[in-house]
Design a protein around this ligand. Sequence first.
Ligand SMILES: Nc1ncnc2c1ncn2[C@@H]1O[C@H](COP(=O)(O)OP(=O)(O)OP(=O)(O)O)[C@@H](O)[C@H]1O
Ligand SMILES: [Mg+2]
Length: 271
Amino acid sequence: MPLIAFASPKGGVGKTTVAAHVAALLARRGHKVIAIDLDPQNALRLHLGVPLRDEHCFLSRLGARPAWRDALVEAEAGVRVLPHGPVDPGRTLELSQLLMTEPQLLAEPVREMLAVPDLIVVLDSPPGPNAGLAALTPWLDLMVILLLCDAGSAAIIPQVANSRFLGRGTLATRSADRAVVVLNQVEEEEPLSDAVFEMARAALGTRLIGAICRDSHLAEALADKRMLLQGEPGAGEDLQLLAEAIIKRLKLPPPAGRDGGFSALFEWGRI
Ligand SMILES: Nc1ncnc2c1ncn2[C@@H]1O[C@H](COP(=O)(O)OP(=O)(O)OP(=O)(O)O)[C@@H](O)[C@H]1O
Ligand SMILES: [Mg+2]
């Protein structure tokens, strides 16, 4: 079943916020979802309502070959999370080097997850190129690249459009249709936002699969340990449309025995 990454050349563009919401919306549709945090900031779990004191960790202990099933935490809307776990800054580089020399430490457990029927795996990536994302790139079904409607993102759009972002040569060309873009924090009637939006639409065509408006409810919801999962006007609706666009892009059938709506919670038991 599919592997979906939320990534970006840039930091602070909404990768974790959007990954958490899409994971939760897919779970509400009735899918089994595991969300894996590849980022040493260890924040994905908090977006999904896992308490700060929870000590489950996965990536940070990768060298000890942890059993992934034991590291799973039950979170919002039935999503199961593999938190990164705390890493002191001095060890971040070591972990990165370990992943570069032994990518199978991460690739093997993720391939085991992908063999579980009806399971969707969602990745929250740190900004920029990183060893965790590189280890899993060969198995990605969709890379959702988050950008903002600002000048920094505008400079990157041409690279994303011609797939240089994914590297060079045949591998990048063949991966191109697996990389799609979402513009976040889009502002109505703001000249720069409008200009970047139009530029992205012209350069990316159907690879621009979503736009999310700037909405202070997203940050407020996080502070209140809530998510916007009811299709609330504003970012809530945009996130729901994005989840639907991803379902369409991946041709994800409704889970067995479900109509594919977003309304009911689903107990999916042991995997
Ligand atoms: N559409 C939006 N409207 C308003 N605020 C938003 C929106 N999307 C994200 N934010 C806010 O932007 C900030 C950064 O979001 P987030 O942590 O998800 O980004 P990130 O790309 O994961 O960052 P990092 O690169 O540090 O991992 C957060 O405070 C979040 O609440
Ligand atoms: Mg993040």
